[in-house]
Design a protein around this ligand. Structure first.
Ligand code: CAA
Ligand code: NAP
Length: 240
């Protein structure tokens, strides 16, 4: 049976690796992005995967975008809530705007992504919800009160959804990547980044493909009994 998958923020970084891996595994994949149309076009050219533009922080835009995806590829079997941003600042310098941007995108964005898809999954008695959290949601991080709050919130979301979806054949799980070599991490000042890498026992950043393989497993039919779990992939930086 051919299954469908939607990956939010699927045109760059970890999301792009997830999308390609799911395509390799035989899924019909659609991706969304926020505004970097150049990166989205390059991704679609390379993969043949359609990219749809909407802001995950906007419920109505998410619902409309998802309805379009379902009209194009069919009901969504697997949703990967991956889109996310950082607005790092020590707490005493963090502005309400930085707080709200990150909460709206990373946390409310998960609600906005999963909520329109959930009723169809319940009706069809199958679904896979996979949320990309972070090691920093597990351990906290200097200058990331906003981000860590959202990523810890992701874990509460999947543990609750797991209980609600279990009898309808839906699983909800989180992946907590450590520091992965994408533009998000490359935006951290080099000196700070080097000091972070020094704290990773494996001695390097992770690769997006190493996260994609975790997601592909959770998305598979074989993973039915894994529900409400968190997979950590962080090079031994932190043990939850
Ligand atoms: N622990 C303790 N103290 C720290 C610290 C840490 N981890 N990091 C910085 N500090 C200290 C500095 O030594 C400095 O001290 P002094 O004032 O005594 O010199 C002070 O805190 C920094 O103050 P600044 O006023 O210089 O800070 P700033 O306003 O310029 O902000 C920063 C700098 C944004 C915090 C920058 O250090 C930074 O980007 N840090 C990285 C944060 C981080 O890890 N983000 C992760 C992004 S990737 C991601 O989020 C993906 C994922 O899920 C893993
Ligand atoms: P990235 O390289 O910055 O890519 C982010 C993707 O999300 C882009 O496709 C971007 O679209 C999209 N996006 C951002 N805001 C959006 C919005 N409001 N609406 C729709 N799409 C939006 O990030 P990444 O490093 O791959 O991170 C992906 C996820 O993994 C995030 O949730 C992040 O928090 C999490 N994570 C990352 C790391 C890491 O070390 N990199 C570690 C742990 C967890 P545009 O291209 O249009 O901007």
């Amino acid at each position: 049976m051919t299954r469908t998958a939607l990956v939010t923020g699927g045109t760059r970084g970890i999301g792009a690796a997830i999308s390609k891996k799911l395509q390799d595994e035989g899924f019909i994949v659609a991706v969304s992005y926020a505004g970097n149309s150049e990166a989205a076009a390059a991704f679609s050219r390379e993969t043949g995967i359609e990219a749809y533009k909407w802001d995950v922080a906007d419920y109505d835009a998410s619902a409309a975008g998802i309805a379009q995806v379902e009209a194009d590829i069919g009901p969504i079997d697997v949703v990967v809530a991956n889109a996310g941003i950082t607005r790092d600042a020590p707490f005493h310098k963090m502005t309400p705007e930085q707080w709200h941007q990150v909460i709206d995108t990373n946390l409310t964005g998960v609600f906005n992504t999963v909520h329109p898809i959930w009723p169809g999954m319940r009706e069809r008695k199958f679904g896979r919800v996979i949320v990309i959290s972070s090691v920093n949601g597990q351990k906290g991080q200097f200058a990331q009160v906003n981000y860590a709050a959202t990523k810890a919130g992701d874990l509460g979301i999947v543990k609750s959804l797991a209980q609600e979806g279990a009898r309808a054949g839906i699983t909800a799980n989180a992946v907590c990547p450590g520091y992965i070599a994408t533009e998000m991490v490359m935006a951290v000042p080099e000196k700070v980044r080097d000091s972070i890498i020094a704290q990773i026992p494996t001695g390097r950043l992770g690769e997006p493909e190493e996260i994609a393989r975790c997601v592909a497993f959770l998305a598979s039919d074989d993973a039915q009994f894994i529900n409400g779990s968190t997979i950590s992939a962080n090079g031994a930086q932190f043990f939850a």
